[in-house]
Every structure is written in C-alpha cells, then in structure tokens.
Write a protein that binds this ligand. Structure first.
Ligand SMILES: [Zn+2]
Ligand SMILES: [Zn+2]
Length: 247
C-alpha cells in the first residue's frame, strides 16, 4: 500500500551546501532504489530537513532495502521517519506472493512503479523487483520511466508530433527497444515472462472511433494470445509485447 511519510534528516555536515547536497542525494537514492515515488517536498526548521514523500509499501523505508550507496551516504546524515497515512490518491499495489508474468507498463505519469503484476494487474513496488544489469539500484528502469513519461507528455501536449508518437507506438523505436531490453533482463532475473505494454493509442477522445484495433502483432505480424488482465487484453508471446483493446 502506498503511504505518505514524513522523513526527518539531520546532516553531520556544518556547511549548508553540503547538507543540501547530502539530503538531496539521499532522496534520489531512495527513489532509484524503489523505496519512494518521485516527487517530494522539503522544509527546514532549525537544522532539521523535513521531507514529505510517498513511499512504495508499508515497510519501504526499512534499512534492509538500503543499497551500498545509501549505506555510505548514511554516514553523513541521520534519518528518522513516521508514516502519516495511506496515500489517498494512489491505488493499492500488488500483494501477490508469486507473479505468473510481468508487464512493463507506463500509461500516465501517475505510476509509481512501471512493473505490473500479470495476475492482479497492479503495480509491484520496485523494492520487490531484483536489480537489473548488475546495478546496485534501479537506475536503468527509473531512467527509462522518466524518459517514457516525458515522451508521453510531449505527445499529449502536441498530438501532431510524429517523433513522440513513433517512439510510443512503434515496437522498433529506441524507447520501446530499451523497454524490451529491460523486459528481457527482468525475465532473466525472475524466470517469468515479461511483456512490454505497447501503447497503440493515437487519439485521446472517442477512443473506439479514433483508435485502430490491432488484429496482428505490429512487429512479427503473428497472432495474439488473449490474456485477461486488469491492464491488458492480448499479448504476442514471440515479441513479448502486450496490448489493450479500446472498445
Ligand atoms: Zn499481483
Ligand atoms: Zn509479435
């Protein structure tokens, strides 16, 4: 369950700029490690920095999730926290013990984690996903998520923009190729299939009229397998692509 938490940092540095750098670095480390969701608010009273954040799960701030970077930075600051309440704006995350498959899915900028459970269709906080590409944090996946959200925003703001549309709907675009590399690596780490959600949306109004339904996979032209999931309706097993119907 996503929660709102208040973090309190006391830096061991006396220099204010170093204090700010250290608190800022630690917040980005928490984000890149999947412990908090991007977007936070910092206040300072006396020498304590108070930060309101959304955390990815009930125990997301536990030190057991810290990576080596965070353990090192913890030498420069002390962090206490309290959980304030459930995040009233967020949907609950996945609580399944096992996942039969995963979907890499970004549709709006509101998503906390881009990894979706194939069984319940809900987000799996990144703290419950293994590190990929020999990283010690979720660097590649969070970077890809930020870039994808930027391209989506560009597309929504300028629907005639061919570059952003191609990046989103073409399975061979650089954005989707990177997404498929993440899927391949996640599959290698978990032993479970991982599909990239391919957004085929070309208009935001009157969905069924403005958006073409795909009959075959746009990459291999093969037949779809029908999958009933909260987020998707069909997949191409060969290309590891997932799709949603719009009617
Ligand atoms: Zn689930
Ligand atoms: Zn295919």
């Amino acid at each position: 369950m996503y929660k709102i938490a208040k973090l309190h940092f006391k830096s061991y540095y006396s220099d204010i700029e170093k204090q700010i750098d250290s608190v800022n670095s630690f917040l980005w480390m928490l984000f890149k490690n999947g412990q908090i969701i991007e977007g936070w608010h910092v206040e300072k009273y006396d020498d304590i920095y108070h930060v309101t954040v959304c955390i990815a799960d009930d125990d997301a701030l536990d030190k057991k999730y810290y990576n080596e970077y965070m353990l090192k930075e913890s030498e420069n600051l002390e962090m206490n926290y309290e959980i304030v309440c459930d995040d009233p704006m967020a949907e609950d995350s996945c609580h399944c013990k096992e996942h039969s498959f995963y979907i890499l899915f970004i549709f709006t900028e509101e998503s906390g984690s881009p990894v979706i459970c194939g069984d319940c269709g809900k987000e799996i906080p990144l703290i419950h996903i293994p590190y990929l590409f020999d990283e010690m944090e979720h660097h590649t996946i969070t970077n890809w998520q930020i870039v994808y959200e930027s391209v989506i925003n560009l597309w929504v703001d300028s629907l005639s923009d061919r570059f952003s549309k191609r990046q989103i709907i073409n399975p061979n675009s650089e954005l989707n190729k990177r997404g498929l590399e993440i899927c391949t690596e996640l599959e290698k780490q978990t032993g479970k299939p991982c599909y990239l959600f391919l957004n085929n949306l070309i208009g935001l109004n009157e969905l069924s009229k403005n958006n073409k339904e795909l009959d075959v996979c746009p990459k291999c032209k093969g037949k779809f397998k029908i999958v009933k999931n909260y987020q998707i309706d069909k997949v191409c097993d060969q290309c590891r692509l997932a799709f949603r119907c719009w009617d």
